[in-house]
Write a protein that binds this ligand. Structure first.
Ligand SMILES: NC(=O)c1ccc[n+]([C@@H]2O[C@H](COP(=O)([O-])OP(=O)(O)OC[C@H]3O[C@@H](n4cnc5c(N)ncnc54)[C@H](OP(=O)(O)O)[C@@H]3O)[C@@H](O)[C@H]2O)c1
Length: 343
């Protein structure tokens, strides 16, 4: 037998005893939450950050007691794992440059603006034999794990329906979500979470039907989707102009679950069984919540894995594919420069 590392079993790059050295590209809202969350992930360190505006990089580095790298390349050559916290139009660019330095990547959602762009990222990660995962946080929360155990111990029968949605009424006019050229719109910014939940419980999407509203800038302001999956139907919505409650319902033949708002940062759920039994699940989270997916990613990195078994490449492809179809049905077209990155 050959001792050469294979794609299935590559050589772990980080020793169990060494802290995993993280870097962050982009220093906005979510980068701050990630940096705070890293304090809750054992055996990790924030080695440094890089942002395109030097002053912002320096501000963030001072705030989180780390260094501001002079260049992106210098950073990815000095770390084990990169957290991509820029807007989605640039995720592919930074991911590919990180893979070139053999650096693992945890990439904010949506990992790319289209299935084509995502495939390029995933192919490049596979080619480089490095770990890549979309930062889809819900399944790593303590509540989600409690719920999974509850449903294994006391199933709700065959799960055939998922309803999930969220809409925010008060995004400022200059928010990137309204900008077509940045991959804006409610689907990519919010709907990706809903697509995850539906696929997680109902399997592969087979057909998508969409109604919605497109705003003046050309992005989807509201989208309502009916999706046919292998195991059932989901009803999903995302919006940028109305106040929509962010809870989720998972319905089976012997009961149903409500994950209370905001379901993508879950801490409470109610399980109703046919016959009247009700089980309340309560599992507060610490560290802001991004720390759980980060912990999972660090474990994968130490094992030498190149893909998460939970947020797999296939799952990420299925999520973005639902949104691709919905955008097409609404007539939302991103500029080629971001949709077909690196052609
Ligand atoms: N997981 C979650 O809970 C969650 C929550 C919110 C957002 N997100 C996702 O996280 C990502 C960032 O969102 P955010 O709310 O943190 O946005 P934000 O506050 O606007 O921050 C974005 C950061 O990325 C930088 N940036 C944008 N485009 C860039 C480019 N082409 N090259 C280099 N830097 C660039 C910005 O730099 P400048 O200041 O120079 O523009 C800024 O530092 C989005 O993909 C979003 O969907 C995830």
């Amino acid at each position: 037998m050959s001792n050469e590392p294979s794609i299935e079993n590559p050589t772990p790059k980080v020793k169990p005893s060494s802290p995993i050295r993280w870097g962050i590209v982009g220093v906005g809202n979510i980068a701050g939450r990630f940096a705070q969350g890293l304090n809750f992930v054992p055996n990790t360190t924030l080695t440094g950050v890089w942002a395109r505006r030097e002053s912002e990089s320096a501000r963030f580095a001072a705030q989180y007691s780390t260094q501001a790298f002079a260049t992106f390349e210098e950073m990815v050559n000095s770390i084990d794992a990169l957290y991509i916290a820029t807007l989605q139009d640039s995720h592919a660019d930074y991911a590919l440059r990180a893979f070139a330095a053999k650096c693992a990547v945890l990439c904010e959602k949506p990992a790319a603006v289209s299935a084509i762009a995502l495939k390029k990222i995933q192919d490049a990660a596979t080619e480089a034999n490095v770990l890549f995962m979309e930062a889809m946080k819900p399944p790593f929360f303590p509540l989600f794990k409690r719920l999974t155990k509850q449903l294994a111990d006391e199933p709700i029968g065959d799960i055939k329906f998922v309803r999930a949605g969220s809409s925010i009424p008060d995004a400022p006019e200059d928010h990137p979500s309204f900008k077509l050229e940045l991959g804006g719109g409610s689907l990519l910014n919010i709907g990706i979470y809903e697509a995850f939940l539906a696929i997680y419980f109902l399997g592969k999407p087979l057909k998508v039907q969409t109604l919605g509203r497109v705003g003046e800038s050309g992005v989807d302001i509201f989208a309502s989707l009916n999706v046919l999956h292998e195991k059932g139907i989901s009803q999903l919505f995302s919006g940028l102009d109305v106040d929509g409650k962010g809870d989720a319902v998972i319905a089976g033949t012997k009961g149903s679950v409500t994950i209370h708002e905001n379901w993508w940062n879950p801490s409470r759920a109610t399980v109703h069984y046919v016959g009247g039994r009700v089980v309340e699940l309560d599992a507060p989270f610490e560290g802001g919540g991004l720390n759980y997916e980060t912990d999972h990613f660090c474990e994968l990195l130490r094992q030498g894995a190149t893909e998460s078994p939970i947020i797999s490449h296939v799952l990420s492809q299925q999520m973005i594919s639902i949104l691709d179809v919905a955008r097409e049905e609404l007539g939302v077209v991103y500029p080629c420069a971001i949709d077909h990155t690196f052609e």
